[in-house]
Design a protein around this ligand. Sequence first.
Ligand SMILES: [Fe+2]
Ligand SMILES: [Fe+2]
Length: 282
Amino acid sequence: MSTREQILSKVREMPSLPLTATRVLQLVQEPDTPFSVLQREVELDATLASNVLRLANSAYFAGSGPIASVRDAIVRMGTKRLLQLVLTTSVAPLTSQPLRGYGLRAGGLLRHCAATAIGAEQLSQELHLNAPDYTYTAGLLHDIGKVVLGTYLEVDATPILELAYQEGLSFEIAEQRILGVDHTEVGATLLEAWMIPASVVDAVRWHHSPDAYPGPERLVVDLIHVADHIARVSGTSADADGLNYALSAQAVERIRMKPTTTETVVSSVLRSLDEICENLSQ
Ligand SMILES: [Fe+2]
Ligand SMILES: [Fe+2]
C-alpha cells in the first residue's frame, strides 16, 4: 500500500464526530424538523449545551441581550447558526492540541482556524458578498487535515518543510511530493467520513487551489483562501509552515478586494479572536 493509501485508510478509521453533533447536523438538514426536537437533542448533552450557550453569548455571536437557553439560541440565531455553534464546540478541542509533527504549539492551529473563520465572514460583510452561513464552519475546519497528519498519524513535517524551502514550493505541494497526499485532501476525507455537508468539504478540499475548484459554490472557497492568507500574513496566527503558500490573484479579483479591505478585516479579527479562542478551548 502506498503512503497515500495508508494515510487515507487511517483517516477513515479515526474517531467519529460526537454523536450529538452528527444528530444535529442531520436534523438541521431536514427542512421540517420542529425546534423542540432540535432543542431536546442539544439539551441531552449537558456539556455541549453549556458550551453552545457560552459561545452564543460571546461578543462575536451575540445579538441583542443575553441568550439564556438553547431554545433562545435557536429562536434568536436560527438553526444554521446553532449548527455552527455545535460543530464549533465539537471540533475545536481537536484543533487546540499541540501538533507534534507539524510544529504547532497547543492552541496554535485553533487560533489560526478561528482567525480564518472570522476573517472569511468579515470579508463577506465588508465586500457585501452575502456568503452562506456555513462560511464560518468551513473556516474553522479548513486545516483539520493538519490535526490528522500531525496528531493522529504523527507525520514529521520536517522533510516537508525542508523540501518546500529548498525548492521554493508551496507547503501543500511539498506534502503531496513527500506523502502523496496533502492536508486539504486528508481534511476533506475526514469530513466526508463524518458526513459534513459537501459544501463545507469542498471549501476545505480546495482552500489552497481555488482556481481549480470545479463546483458551483466558489465564493466560500475564495473567501476561505483569502482569509487563510490574511490570517497568516497579519500575524494574527502563526504556524511552522509560515508563509509558504501561494495567494491566488484571481481569487482576490473574484471577491473584488479593495485596498483597505485587509486592514479592516484584520482589525475585526483581532477584536474577536482572543474571546473566541478562550471560549473554544475550554
Ligand atoms: Fe491549509
Ligand atoms: Fe490555514
